[in-house]
Design a protein around this ligand. Sequence first.
Ligand code: NDP
Length: 296
Amino acid sequence: MDDDRSVLMPHTFLSTLTGAFAYPVAENPTVAIMEAAYTHHNIDARYLNCEVTPEQLGDAVRGAVAMGWAGFNCSIPNKVEVIAYLDELADSARLIGAVNCVINRDGYLVGENTDGKGFVESLRTVADPVGQHFFIMGAGGAARAIAVESALAGAASITITNRDAARGQLVVDIVAKHTPASATFVPWIGDAVVPANTDIVVNATSIGLFPDSDARVPLAVDSLCAGQVVADVIHNPPMTRLLTDAAAHGCVILDGRGMLVNQARVNMFLWTGIDANGAVMRAVLDDLFGASTQPI
Ligand code: NDP
C-alpha cells in the first residue's frame, strides 16, 4: 500500500458520541452548533438529537453507557426524571433540582446543569455578576438555574417575580438557604416594576419565543434605567420586544443566543475538555434563525 495514503485516513472509525434525550427534540438547535464546533476543532465526535420520553429514559441512559457515549443533554421532559439514573450530582445541579448535561466517566454518571452557567458566561461579556442586584422575571427551570448560578457567581441579591407565587418563593428559598446572596420574592401583578437598586434585569419566562414573537413581557418599561443590563433567555428571535424597549431606554442588552451558545460550550468542555470557539457556534445560530449583532 502507498504510504502517503495512510495520512489521509482517520486514525480510527470510532467517533465520540454525544447528543440530546428529549421529547419533542426535532426543533432543538443545539445539535447544529455542537456539530459545527466539533468540525471546527477537528474532533471526531457526533451529536444526535434522540426522541426519548420519560418512560424510555432508563433504557436510553443504559444504552448510552453501553455504547460508551461521552455524555448527553437532557431537555423537556427529562431534566428532573434523569436524576434517578445518575451516580452523582454537581452542586448547582443539586440546588437547581434539574440536570441538562450528563457526563459519562467510565460508566459513572455525573449530572450537571449548564443553563445557568451558560447565562453567567454570556453575562460576563457585558458585566461582572459580583456584587450585582438581579431582578429575575419567571421561576421555571431557566429562572432557577440563572438565579442559583448568578448567586454562586457572587451576586449580592436576587429578586424573583413570578405569576405562580409558590414557584417563585421556592426559588427564593433555595437561593437564600444555599448561597451567600440575599433573596426576595415580589408577586407579579400587572406590569412588574423594576426595583430601584437593580443592576441586572432578566426575562426568564417563555414570553416572546417564536412564533409568539410580539408577546409583551408585563413590565413597566419606564422603570428601566439607562446603563442597566437587560437580558432575555429567548434565543429566537434574538431581538425580543423587551430588548428593543430596553435598548430604547439606554440599557445594555443581552440576548438569549449567548446563553445558548455558552451552555453548549460548557457541555463540550465537560465532554471533551475542549474550550470551544463560541463565535463559530453563534454564526450557525445566526444562519439558522437570522443574524444578530450581540457578543458571544
Ligand atoms: P418553564 O415552563 O419551566 O417556566 C416558564 C416560566 O415562564 C414560568 O416562570 C412561568 O410562570 C413563566 N411564564 C410563562 N408564560 C407567562 C406569562 N404569560 N406571564 C408571566 N409568566 C409567564 O420553562 P423554562 O424555564 O424551562 O424555559 C423558559 C424559557 O427559557 C423558554 O422560552 C426556553 O426556551 C428558554 N430557555 C433558553 C435557554 C437559552 O439557552 N437561551 C436555556 C433554557 C431555557 P408561572 O410559573 O407563573 O407559570
